[in-house]
Design a protein around this ligand. Structure first.
Ligand code: TYD
Length: 205
């Protein structure tokens, strides 16, 4: 069976990963690769409804319920979007995936990280990214980029976002083969150059 690649883009709110993921998709297409861009939460269908709940529901949401909603969305996205595209030989770029749950619900909200890892595995059926890029940005710069119109997650406060950033750096240390960190304080062009190198490395392996 033809097999593509599964790449995830991660980082705190305001790190610029969505801009980079779109630039990379364009770069790959220009170089003759078939790609698919998706995101979590909420790529298609039911996932879009879950995204609305997660980002804009204004009542109480327990951290555990929040975790399960992200995981529910993920299981749909893996089954209906990511897995079929990788099997068709595409390079799938996913804007946030399992590491977001560990960084935000684990390190940020304080849910048990080992249990979250098991739940991630249940949600994905064990499918793992071939490469994950964490865009690391200082929390102060990230908050400026996010601006004043914040969704439910972005409104969680600076201390929460500092924990998320540290969480990502910790996760990256634990899995250095899969996870690469890019300094996202730099300009869009510089970050793009660093990101492109990581992609080229894995494609030419
Ligand atoms: P989104 O608007 O997609 O933000 P971004 O452009 O920064 O990716 O909102 C997704 C929000 O959900 C973001 O604040 C991170 C958060 N999130 C989690 O807390 N856990 C998760 O598992 C995922 C996938 C996202």
């Amino acid at each position: 069976m033809k097999k593509g690649l599964f790449i995830t883009f991660e980082g705190a709110d305001g790190c610029g990963k969505t801009t980079q993921s779109k630039l990379i998709q364009q770069y790959l297409e220009e170089n003759g690769h078939e790609t698919l861009w998706t995101r979590e939460p909420g790529s298609i269908g039911l996932g879009q409804r879950i995204r609305e709940l997660l980002l804009f529901y204004d009542g109480d949401v327990s951290p555990r319920c929040e975790a399960f909603l992200f995981l529910a969305d993920r299981s749909q996205n893996i089954e209906h979007v990511i897995k079929p595209a990788v099997e068709q030989g595409k390079i799938v770029i996913c804007d946030r995936h399992t590491d977001s749950t560990i960084a935000y619900q684990g390190y940020g909200r304080g849910e048990d990280i080992i249990q979250l890892k098991y739940l991630n595995e249940l949600a994905t059926g064990g499918m793992k990214p071939d490469l994950t890029i964490v865009f690391d940005v200082s929390t102060e710069i990230a908050q400026l980029r996010v601006g004043n119109e914040k969704d439910r997650m972005e409104s969680a406060g600076i201390e929460f976002h500092k924990k998320v950033r540290q969480g990502y750096l910790e996760i990256a240390k634990q899995e250095p083969d899969r996870i690469k960190v890019v300094n996202a304080d730099n300009s869009i062009e510089e970050v793009f150059e660093d990101t492109k190198k990581l992609l080229d490395n894995i494609i030419n392996q």
